[in-house]
Design a binder for this molecule. Structure first.
Ligand SMILES: Cc1cc2nc3c(=O)[nH]c(=O)nc-3n(C[C@H](O)[C@H](O)[C@H](O)COP(=O)(O)O)c2cc1C
Length: 387
């Protein structure tokens, strides 16, 4: 039997992803001063045990001020390498490819953890010891109603930020990561340069689509140069902004062509983050057409993401050639064993399961078949009486 497309490997440069299922980056807002510990080992480790071929660590700040919140993971300091190296080591022990999303929040920095409230932290709403900090962006355009005015970065500051991305990339290498993803989506700093809604600059970094791409491309080129040649580099884009007068799909395809020329290996095609809401209908797999357009227009492999929830649906995305990888966020949180369940559903066997559990589950299935239908006592009666 031909294996499902979801369970075929993909080689990008010197790294072979064992299957096409990727855990999308997911901020947990759960660390102090950017240092990961046991929580992340368990949180990310369970996805490796659950059969995801690749796990991408959440948005990881390249500077302290580039964090979304005080709880973000970071790689702005050498002291942050060790905790991530422990996670990488565990992922590798399970044959899982380890990636990290490098990020700078720009004008969307200094926000609450989502469970503490929406939007930016203010002196009144800050947790003790977690003051808000001034933010930076392409222009001094607030990211939305009620957001502070960011400082518009000068060209010397842009050069310093490129150096920060490079330093974080080198730390990612020291932590042992196989894949780096540059976060240029969801309204964060690089997206703020790309979008006409947040980039009103009149210098070489603003105006035409080509000028708006300039800084993100400088970052990507520098990261590519610093990242080992045998390891893949991904870029996450917002194919379209959250408002109809924002970035267009055509601009994103043009951006992806430039990324291809710089040696980027795949585009993680997401959307939104600037402009308030969502300008396009949302449904199952709503961003798959954008992944297909970016793939067709740039020739780069793409990763589809967004409300991919069913094995047959994810399989069809690959089988129809719309994308090369499938990333899950909420579905992975809901079921960290999603790939194992998908393999069982699509192949009828437990072969993809870890040796510690697959054979035992197969024998349980045989046992259950042999005693089906249920003929024993009412299972409710078997429960010990409550005292
Ligand atoms: C808890 C959570 C945290 C997220 N954090 C990030 C992040 O760090 N970086 C990022 O690019 N996207 C982040 N996202 C977006 C997801 O990666 C993904 O693109 C989005 O949730 C749509 O996929 P889904 O429908 O499978 O959840 C996050 C999503 C969730 C649910």
């Amino acid at each position: 039997m031909t294996p499902p497309a979801l369970f075929t490997p993909l080689t990008l440069r010197g790294v072979t992803l064992p299957n096409r299922l990727v855990v999308a980056p997911m901020c947990q807002y759960s660390v102090t001063e950017g240092v990961v510990g046991d929580y992340h080992l368990a949180h990310l480790g369970r996805f490796a045990l659950g059969g995801f071929g690749t796990v991408l660590v959440e948005a990881t700040a390249v500077t302290r001020d580039g964090r979304i919140s005080h709880g973000d993971v970071g790689l702005w300091d050498d002291g942050q390498v060790e905790g991530l190296a422990r996670v990488v080591s565990f992922l590798h022990s399970q044959g899982t490819v380890a990636g990290v999303q490098l990020a700078h929040a720009g004008g969307k920095a200094s926000t609450h953890r989502p469970w503490d409230g929406e939007g930016p932290v203010t002196p009144d709403t800050a947790r003790p010891g977690e003051d808000p900090w001034p933010t930076v962006s392409a222009s001094d355009v607030p990211l939305g109603e009620g957001w502070p005015q960011p400082h518009a970065l000068g060209t010397d500051e842009l050069a310093a930020l490129v150096a920060d991305w490079v330093a974080a990339t080198r730390r990612a290498e020291r932590a042992g990561f196989d894949v780096v993803e540059v976060h240029a989506a969801h309204g964060y700093l690089l997206n703020q340069f790309l979008s006409p809604l947040t980039n009103t600059r009149t210098d070489a970094y603003g105006g035409s689509p080509a000028a708006r791409m300039r800084f993100p491309l400088e970052v990507v080129a520098a990261v590519r140069a610093a990242w080992p040649a045998d390891r893949p580099l991904l870029v996450r884009v917002s194919a379209v902004d959250g408002a109809a007068d924002g970035t267009t799909l055509e601009e994103t395809v043009a951006f992806a062509r430039e990324l291809a020329a710089l040696g980027v290996d795949a585009v993680d095609t997401s959307g939104g983050g600037i402009g308030g809401g969502w300008a396009h209908p949302i449904g199952y797999g709503y961003q798959v057409p954008a992944a297909a357009a970016v793939k067709a227009g740039s020739g780069l492999p793409t990763m589809a993401v967004g409300l991919l929830t069913e094995p047959a649906q994810a399989e069809a995305v690959l089988a129809t050639g719309q994308a090369d990888l499938v990333a899950l966020a909420r579905a992975a949180q809901d079921d960290p064993n999603w790939p194992l369940h998908a393999a069982r559903e699509l192949t009828g066997s437990y072969d993809a399961w870890p040796v510690q559990s697959g054979p035992r589950l197969a024998s349980r299935d045989r046992l259950l078949t042999s005693i089906d239908p249920w003929t024993g006592p009412d299972p409710v009666q078997l429960a010990p009486p409550r005292t």
